[in-house]
Ligand binder design. Structure first.
Ligand code: MN
Length: 488
C-alpha cells in the first residue's frame, strides 16, 4: 500500500501538556484524512516534530521509503523554521503544505493564551512557508479547514497526482520500431525522459512481437474474438482480418506482461512480418489503461499511461488523440480529431463497430478497427514536447461536442471539440506554444491535475483556457524561453 506521511510541526518550548495535546490532535486529523484519502494512499500519522533532528529524521525517512508517495505538512504551533532547513533539503517527495487548524471555529467565550499557543498555525505556517520559499522548495499549498469538502478535494487531487508521479519512476515504455522518419515533434530525448520522469524507454524490433504472434493458438484467438464480440458490434464479414488483430493483441498481452511495459508505440513504417497495422488490437489495449503512441511517439504513449493512472477511478475517458481537420464555419469552428485507426473506445458515444477498411498508407492489408462517434463534455488536451533544453507540457481546455452531422464514409473513430477561448485564440496559442498534433485527451482530468503533475515533476507548463489572451500568452512563452537560456 502506498502511503502519504502526515507531518506536524511544533517545538520543545511549550511543555509536555501542550505537546501531548498537539500529538493527540494531529493523530485525530491523520485518521480523519486517512478516511478521506485512504483509497488513493494510506495517510500515515508521524510523531509531532519538536527538534531539527526529529524533522530531519522524518524527511529522510519519507524520502527513503519506497511506498511513500508524498508528505502533507503543517505547523500546529509555532515551529522556528531554522530547524526545518536540513529536513527540507533532504526531502525528495512531493509536499503539500496544509495550512489548516485543528479547530474550525474560535471559542470566543473561553479563548485564552493557552489556546493561542496551541493553535497558532496562522503564525507557524507563515514561518514554515518562508523557509520553503527561501529554499526554493516546490510545494502545493492548500489553505482551509481540513474537514471542509473543498480542502478534501484539493488533497485528493494532490494524492492522485503524487500517485501518478510515483508511477512514473521505473515505468517501462516499448517502441516497436523508431520515430516516424523525418517527423520532429514526436521525437525526443529518451535519456532525459528517464532522468526527468523516470520513464525507461527502449526500442524493440517488430520481429520480437511477430515471433510471439506466430505462437498464438487458435484457442487464444477465439478467446480474444469473444472479448471483442462481447464489447463491440461485429460489422464486417471479413472475420479473418479481425482474427489477425485478435492475434496481435494476444501477442501484445504476452509481450507487455513479460517485459513489464505500461505504454508502447508502433509505426506503419516498420511492420515487417505483420499483415496489418495494429488497429482494434491497440484500441482495445488503450481502453485497459495501456498508453499508446503511433508513429513512434513515445512521449504521448508514456503521458497516456501516466494520465490514465492519475484518473484512477474518477469518471471520464482518457486516451490518445490526433488533431486532424476542422469545420471552419465562422463563429462555430469545430475540430475533428481522429487517427488512422487507433482511437480508444473509452471515447465512444455510440457502440463501437468492428469494421475492415483499406489503409491508404503503409502498403499493408486492410486492418480491422473500431469505428464510433465521440462523447460530449468538458475536457483537456495535453501535449508534451521536447524543447531541446527542457520538456514542455501544453494543456488546452476543450469542450467535446456532438458531431453536427453523421459521417457515414469516415472509416475511423472520431471526436469533435470546441477550442477555448475561441478558435482564433486557442488554436494560435497552441501553435505558438509548439503543441504537437498528438495529445492525450481526458474528460476525467482538468488542467488542475496537469498543473500539479507539472509542479511535482518540475516540468514547464502552459495552459490555454477560457481566459487566454494571446498577448500575455506570447509574453509568457518568451519569458519561459529567456529563463531557460539563463539557466544554461
Ligand atoms: Mn499521428
Amino acid at each position: 500500500m502506498k502511503t502519504i506521511w502526515f507531518i506536524t510541526g511544533s517545538q520543545d518550548l511549550y511543555g509536555e501538556a501542550t505537546l501531548a495535546q498537539a500529538e493527540k490532535d494531529s493523530k485525530e486529523m491523520a485518521e480523519f484524512l486517512n478516511g478521506r484519502l485512504g483509497d488513493i494512499a494510506e495517510v500515515k500519522h508521524t510523531p509531532i516534530v519538536r527538534t531539527a533532528a526529529g524533522a530531519e529524521e522524518l524527511c529522510v525517512g519519507a524520502s527513503a521509503d519506497k511506498d511513500c508517495i508524498a508528505v502533507i505538512m503543517w505547523m500546529h504551533t509555532f515551529s522556528p523554521a531554522k530547524m526545518w532547513i536540513r529536513a527540507l533539503k533532504a526531502l525528495k517527495k512531493p509536499m503539500l503544505h496544509l495550512h489548516t487548524q485543528y479547530n474550525e471555529k474560535l471559542p470566543y467565550n473561553t479563548i485564552d493564551m493557552d489556546f493561542m499557543n496551541l493553535n497558532q498555525s496562522a503564525h507557524g505556517d507563515r514561518e514554515f512557508g518562508f523557509i520553503c520559499t527561501r529554499l526554493g522548495i516546490r510545494r502545493e499549498v492548500a489553505a482551509g479547514y481540513y474537514r471542509h469538502e473543498a480542502v478534501i478535494a484539493k488533497l485528493r487531487r494532490f494524492a492522485y497526482a503524487a500517485a501518478a508521479a510515483d508511477f512514473c519512476k521505473g515505468m517501462r515504455v516499448a517502441m516497436f520500431g523508431n520515430n516516424m522518419r523525418d517527423v520532429a515533434v514526436t521525437d525526443g530525448d529518451r535519456v532525459e525522459s528517464e532522468i526527468k520522469f523516470g520513464w525507461n524507454v527502449n526500442y524493440y524490433g517488430i520481429g520480437d512481437l511477430v515471433s510471439i504472434a506466430d505462437s498464438i493458438t487458435e484457442a487464444e484467438i477465439d478467446a480474444k474474438m469473444k472479448e471483442y464480440t462481447d464489447k463491440y458490434e461485429m460489422d464486417t464479414d471479413n472475420l479473418a482480418a479481425v482474427r489477425e488483430q485478435a492475434k496481435y493483441e494476444a501477442a501484445l498481452d504476452k509481450f507487455l506482461a513479460k517485459e513489464n511495459i505500461s505504454a508502447f508505440t508502433d509505426t506503419f513504417q516498420d511492420l515487417h512480418g505483420l499483415k496489418q497495422l495494429p488497429g482494434i488490437a491497440a484500441q482495445n489495449l488503450m481502453a485497459k489503461g495501456i498508453g499508446f503512441g503511433p508513429e513512434g511517439d513515445y512521449k504521448t504513449a508514456a503521458l497516456g499511461a501516466v494520465m490514465q493512472k492519475m484518473t484512477a477511478d474518477r469518471p471520464g475517458a482518457t486516451g490518445f488523440m490526433e488533431d486532424y481537420t476542422y469545420d471552419l464555419t465562422e463563429g462555430c469552428e469545430l475540430e475533428l480529431a481522429a487517427h488512422m485507426l487507433e482511437v480508444s473506445p473509452v471515447f465512444a458515444g455510440t457502440k463501437p463497430k468492428i469494421q475492415v477498411h483499406p489503409l491508404g498508407i503503409g502498403g499493408k492489408e486492410d486492418p480491422a478497427r473500431l469505428v464510433f462517434d465521440g462523447i460530449e463534455g468538458e475536457g483537456i488536451a495535453v501535449s508534451m514536447i521536447d524543447m531541446g533544453d527542457r520538456f514542455r507540457l501544453v494543456c488546452a481546455e476543450i469542450e467535446l461536442v456532438k458531431q453536427p452531422e453523421p459521417m457515414p464514409e469516415l472509416p475511423v473513430a472520431r471526436l469533435m471539440w470546441k477550442i477555448k477561448p475561441d478558435f482564433a485564440t486557442g488554436a494560435a496559442a497552441w501553435i505558438y506554444a509548439g503543441g504537437a498534433h498528438h495529445a492525450v485527451v481526458s474528460t476525467a482530468l482538468t488542467s488542475e491535475d496537469i498543473r500539479l503533475f507539472a509542479k511535482m515533476t518540475g516540468t514547464e507548463l502552459v495552459i490555454i483556457d477560457g481566459k487566454t489572451d494571446l498577448n500575455s500568452f506570447e509574453q509568457q512563452l518568451e519569458m519561459l524561453d529567456t529563463l531557460a537560456k539563463l539557466r544554461k
